[in-house]
Design a protein around this ligand. Structure first.
Ligand SMILES: Cc1ncc(COP(=O)(O)O)c(C=O)c1O
Length: 411
């Protein structure tokens, strides 16, 4: 059965109440055994349909429990638990999470630095990379603010220059995108900073090609992976970037305020993060006391992702997102800006709205009248919405959300 197939459609119809109860069995088949993480393993209130993991994913109870257990352990003997590298301390458990993050990215533990999220990660990289005044950084207009604020701050503080290429939201052609980056490089360009998956549209960017071109021109490539880690399968070595930053609280469903950065061993001469001056352990004296308990929780979230399998997660989410895409294309008020389901698509589906329909009001109506959580696109992008299903959603929830959307658009 493909994502557009008969049984999937039956799931939609059942959810809209148009199929007899008898057909529940085929609905179950449609959702392929149900969500990969059952609702009972989350703290979301019953009935809430959370379709905005791209902003923040709900943390499973087992991750919360591990975090709280670590916190209780820490408070019984704070100094020993925070600073001792004995095998059973919270410090050691947190430091072990570097290995878990490295395993997911396909690198080594010594290349991992914990952060509070992607913004913190990119900002750390922007302030750690060795640059001279008037060196140039290349971004696109489609970067999330979290992926650009560190560079803009570096520009303000130290006289480097940020250049931007302009990519239309509906530009999904990988070659044209790569060509645009290549054409914008100047002899003074020293860094390209680019999203792995674009926040406004969910487009999977040709980052390996961009990194290859950067390398061939002696330019560093930094990747903002906020929307990729835990959502799609890849490894950083095959991207070939020099550094990569991501969040723990989105697709990994980890504690809020967690994230990590990868700095390639080969790029160690180019980046000199303050946190690594006195060692790379999670709580080196240069990093200071880290939020050890939520890092331990992040480790549990990484374990959960590994146990589910990133390929399985990606396939399941794509199935849901394909349904979202197909049904949204049938809503005349929407202009989809995400790529058609295929090699460049992800589980994020975004659409523009006509000026007469205010995205904020639509988002609020979906939440208050239908218990559906979606994202209103950032105003600087467009008047529109974005839906991002994940492993705890199912076809029935997706169908209900789409029915709600249809109702609100018609109203
Ligand atoms: C592409 C991208 N970069 C950065 C961020 C900011 O992430 P964080 O909240 O972890 O700082 C987001 C959040 O949505 C994002 O989509």
């Amino acid at each position: 059965m493909d994502a557009f197939g008969t049984t999937s459609r039956r799931g939609l119809i059942q959810a809209l109440g148009l199929l007899p109860a008898l057909d529940v069995a085929s609905v179950s088949a449609a959702v392929q055994g149900g969500p990969l993480i059952p609702a009972g393993e989350l703290s979301l209130p019953p009935g809430l349909i959370h379709l905005n993991t791209a902003s923040a994913g709900p943390t499973p109870n087992r991750v919360l429990a591990r975090t709280i257990a670590a916190w209780r352990q820490l408070e019984r003997d704070p100094v020993a638990q925070c600073y001792s590298d004995q095998p059973d301390t919270v410090f050691t458990a947190a430091d072990d999470v570097r290995g878990k993050a490295a395993a997911l990215l396909g690198c080594s533990a010594n290349e991992i630095l914990f952060t509070r999220g992607t913004t913190d990660g990119i900002t750390t990289l922007a302030h750690s990379v060795k640059l001279n005044a008037r060196d140039r950084i290349l971004l696109s207009n489609l970067e999330h603010e979290g992926g650009e604020v560190g560079w803009l701050h570096r520009e303000k503080m130290s006289g480097v220059v940020v250049d931007r290429i302009q990519l239309p939201f509906e530009e999904h052609d990988p070659q044209r995108i790569v060509d645009a980056y290549a054409a914008a490089l100047t002899p003074k360009t020293k860094v390209i900073s680019v999203s792995h998956v674009l926040a406004p549209t969910g487009l999977r960017m040709p980052v390996a090609e961009i990194a290859r071109i950067a390398r061939s021109r002696g330019v560093l490539c930094v990747v903002d992976g906020a929307q990729a880690v835990g959502q799609i399968s890849f490894d950083v070595r095959s991207i070939g970037c020099d550094a990569y930053a991501t969040s723990g609280h989105k697709w990994l469903m980890g504690p809020k305020g967690t994230g990590f950065v990868y700095i390639a061993k080969n790029a160690a001469g180019a980046f000199d993060p303050p946190q690594w001056q006195l060692g790379r352990a999670v709580g080196s004296n240069s990093a200071g006391l880290a939020p050890l308990t939520i890092v331990v929780g992040l480790g549990e979230a990484l374990d959960a992702t590994r146990a589910l399998g990133i390929h399985r997660i990606e396939a399941y989410n794509r199935g849901l997102a394909n349904t979202v895409y197909t049904e949204m294309t049938k809503m005349p008020q929407l202009r989809i800006v995400s790529p058609t389901p295929g090699a460049c698509s992800t589980a994020m589906v975004a659409a523009m709205l006509p000026p007469a329909i205010d995205a904020d009001r639509l988002r609020a109506a979906l939440r208050t009248r239908h218990n559906v959580v979606i994202k209103r696109a950032e105003r600087r992008w467009f008047n529109g919405i974005r839906l991002s299903p994940h492993v705890f959603n199912d076809e029935v929830q997706v169908a209900r959300a789409l029915a709600a959307l249809r109702t609100e658009l018609a109203g």
